[in-house]
Design a protein. Structure first.
Lengths: 121, 154, 509
């Protein structure tokens, strides 16, 4: 059920990119899609009633491994690492998009994409 | 940009120190608590954003020139590659955690442990802090009532 | 010489971090360093052909760690990327003098090359996504490098559509992880093919086809390409059209569909349908263009359809239960598709570099304002003729051989309508390049004789780059000789025809 809500958020972002005419709103739409995919990725690793995957001193066995109770009760840490990477990538992408929007405003004088149409054919 | 009132300037010059210390803590303890290079770097950059809002852009540019920030950026990335290459030379594979396996295992949950991971965190923190500083400072040049909108297309 | 696989990614990445330090006064030192890096990449790539190994990064065994995999298909793509990068870098030594931030250009170029090498070598799905994003973001910045109004508009369009494609890919990776519990391509392949094909996995496959198809500019997803490729500076157009859409699009599509999921009849039909649509639509839309680089961009869409057609046709034959004689037609079709991939990289980048020379000499991209350039620019005219003859499929240039292989495979397997479409689109390609020659090199000078007298032939490194790629156009036909083919093309085709053996070899089962 929660996965369907993530997908709904993704579709809302896609609708925003397709329909809106202001460049900044299109960028916001892409960011909403990005958040939807990140939330989906975290929710995949979730385990009901789990705890954070940060080991404390009493979760570690003397021989060097992790205790079985800890492994069976913590949520999956791999999707969290994936989401960290995806957030960094989307930060770089967002910085580039906003700077292109600013420069385009300096050249064309408007943010409206229906007026920024010199390339045709 | 002249910045804000005297009260804001005084308080923010104290708070900036706290933010930088907090950012360095997040970077250094990245292998023990949540955070690490990227989150710490963002916090370090945000201290400069606070300075820019309180004192004005010119003050921040004189404090940390853009060319120096660009060189710090490249230095951070270059350090990261050096750590990876050292893993290749001493550990047998690229990015191998050679310090943990052979030289300095360290105690569990101590600050000096987990091999090359704190070093990588520091390099990434430096790079991300410098990069975000450059991005925000460069984007703040935008003046809405600018002169001609004609571009110098090639 | 055994080259450690991370070197393909680490060398351009380190160069990308070191180059911005040079600044305006160290421009010649930066140019020298950048050219040394691309030439050494070329040597490393050529010495890694016909090898098959896996490198575990950090000495963590898979599936715990990330591995880099080199096999025939990766070797072919690495060599293609290195050749085109070398040519484009030599060309940009003099072409980019007109722009102000030349060192940042080199840095972004190296980031793009490192990203493409990473996509081609990656053995892990999320690592593929990360390198895909590195290469894509670098290319968004490079398309808008001139910061004129049209470049920025094209860069914004490219960026929005490219980000949507990458998000589709990330969504697919998330679904795959949720269903199989692993991100390593070999382990994912084993998990998918041992259990049944759940609807979630099918949805992930369609997301991958949409995302990578958008990066490869197949026809329903091609809207960004005709704006982005003409607006970029000429060496970047050569790189984008020559290798970026292939490494990020066609390679990733082939790897995911053949080696990870396993080819099946409906998926192969989807690939063939997209390819035929791209070929025909690209050719028709290109003939009516008056902008030189826009015409070449549309013809890129059409030629990319050939590559995907070869791969899709081979997959269709394999999935329809081919055995014995049918398998030879399948491997021939895949060989034709991959050979066309390498060929198109070389001659399309040659054509874009010559169009850069023409634009620099005449100051315009509209063919109606050029004319009679043949007498003032003989080298450019010769190179453009070689490139056009190759792309139109005239013997003995390279394009003819790859199209011949595709036609033979289509006829031999019984798909006569596919062979007819291939020949028809080749005729359309010939028409469009005859139009280019008629209006650019022959005919009357449109601006008058005085304007024509000011046109000057580009010299120096630009001429060297163009000559190098033109010679390769002529020599690439020799790749079909059995001795050379066994080193370059056969291992690549073998990787795709043997499909799921990729995972068996890596997981040791």
């Amino acid at each position: 059920m929660a996965y369907a809500l993530c997908f709904l958020l993704f579709v809302i972002g896609l609708y925003c990119v397709v329909v809106k005419k202001n460049m900044v709103k299109i960028v916001i739409g892409i960011m909403v899609m990005e958040y939807a995919v990140n939330i989906f990725l975290i929710m995949i690793g979730y385990r009901a009633g789990g705890r954070a995957p940060i080991a404390a001193a009493d979760d570690v066995l003397a021989g060097g491994g992790l205790s079985d109770l800890f492994v069976r009760s913590c949520v999956d840490p791999l999707p969290q690492a994936l989401v960290l990477t995806a957030i960094v990538i989307s930060l770089g992408s967002l910085a580039l998009m906003i700077s292109i929007c600013i420069r385009t405003y300096e050249r064309y004088g408007t943010f409206d994409i229906t007026e920024i149409r010199r390339l045709k054919g | 940009m002249n910045g804000m009132t005297v009260i804001v300037k005084t308080i923010s010059s104290w708070v900036k120190v706290l933010i930088i210390v907090f950012g360095v803590y997040i970077v250094l303890f990245g292998h023990l608590t949540p955070g690490g290079g990227f989150a710490g770097g963002v916090i370090l950059a945000s201290s400069y954003v606070l300075l820019m809002l309180a004192f004005g852009r010119r003050f921040v540019e004189d404090n940390l020139p853009l060319s120096l920030a660009s060189k710090l950026d490249c230095l951070g990335a270059f350090l990261f590659m050096i750590i990876a290459l050292l893993g290749f030379a001493y550990g047998g594979a690229f990015f191998a955690n050679f310090l943990y396996r052979h030289y300095l295992p360290g105690d569990r949950f101590a600050l000096i442990s987990a091999g090359t991971i704190p070093l990588s965190n520091m390099a990434i923190g430096l790079k991300v802090g410098a990069s975000l500083f450059l991005v925000i400072l460069t984007l703040s040049v935008f003046r809405p009532s600018s002169d001609e909108p004609g571009g110098r297309g090639v | 010489m055994i080259v450690p696989l991370p070197a393909f990614i680490a060398v351009p990445l380190t160069a990308a971090f070191v180059l911005p330090v040079f600044g305006r006064r160290g421009r010649s030192a930066a140019t020298l360093l950048a050219n040394i890096v691309t030439i050494s990449l070329l040597f490393m790539a050529v010495s890694s052909l016909n090898q098959s190994r896996s490198y575990e990064v950090g000495r963590w065994p898979i599936p715990l760690g990330i591995n880099l995999v080199l096999d025939g298909l990766s070797g072919l793509c690495l060599a293609t990327i290195a050749i085109v990068a070398c040519g484009a870098m030599l060309f940009s030594a003099s072409y980019m003098e007109r722009y102000t931030a030349k060192c940042k250009f080199y840095s972004l170029f190296m980031l793009m090359v490192a990203g493409m090498n990473g996509v081609v070598l990656s053995g892990d799905l999320f690592n593929l996504f990360v390198f895909l994003e590195i290469a894509s973001i670098a290319s968004y910045a490079l398309v808008g490098f001139g910061t004129g109004p049209e470049e920025l508009e094209a860069s914004f369009k490219y960026m929005v559509l490219g980000s949507i494609g990458s998000l589709f890919v990330l969504f697919g990776v998330a679904l795959i992880y949720g269903n199989t519990g692993s991100l390593n391509m070999a382990y994912v392949s084993r998990a998918i093919n041992e259990s049944s094909f759940t609807p979630a996995v099918g949805f992930a496959l369609s997301l991958f086809i949409a995302g990578f198809g958008l990066k490869a500019a197949l026809v329903p997803f091609h809207a960004w390409l005709p704006d982005a490729h003409p607006s970029a500076p000429a060496p970047i157009s050569a790189m984008l059209s020559g290798v970026l859409i292939k490494a990020l699009g066609v390679y990733a599509l082939a790897r995911i569909v053949f080696n990870v999921f396993g080819i099946s009849v409906p998926v192969a039909w989807v690939l063939v349908a997209l390819a035929v649509l791209s070929m025909v639509a690209g050719a028709f839309l290109a003939i009516g263009q008056w902008d030189l680089k826009r015409l070449m961009a549309y013809s890129s869409i059409s030629q990319l359809g050939y590559c995907v057609l070869g791969i899709g046709l081979g997959g269709l034959i394999i999935a329809s239960g081919g055995s014995g004689r049918q398998m030879t037609w399948a491997s021939l079709a895949i060989l034709g598709g991959l050979f066309h991939l390498a060929n198109h990289a070389v001659y399309k980048s040659l054509l874009f570099l010559t169009s850069g020379s023409i634009e620099m000499a005449t100051g315009t991209r509209q063919m109606s304002r050029m004319g009679a350039l043949a007498e003032r620019m003989p080298l450019t005219r010769a190179a453009c003729s070689i490139g056009s003859a190759s792309i139109a499929g005239i013997p003995p240039f390279s394009g003819f051989w790859s199209k011949l292989v595709l036609v033979i495979a289509a006829v031999g397997a019984g798909y006569y309508w596919v062979a007819a479409i291939i020949v028809f689109v080749s005729l359309c390609t010939l028409i469009m390049y005859l139009k280019v020659h008629r209006y650019v090199f022959l005919g009357e000078p449109a601006g008058g004789q005085e304007k024509l007298d000011r046109v000057v032939e580009p010299r120096g490194s630009m001429a060297v780059a163009v000559l190098m790629l033109a010679c390769l156009c002529v020599l690439m036909g020799l790749l079909l000789l059995p001795a050379v083919r066994a080193v370059v093309l056969d291992p690549a085709a073998e990787v795709l025809t043997s499909g799921l053996d990729y995972s068996r070899r890596l997981t040791g089962l």
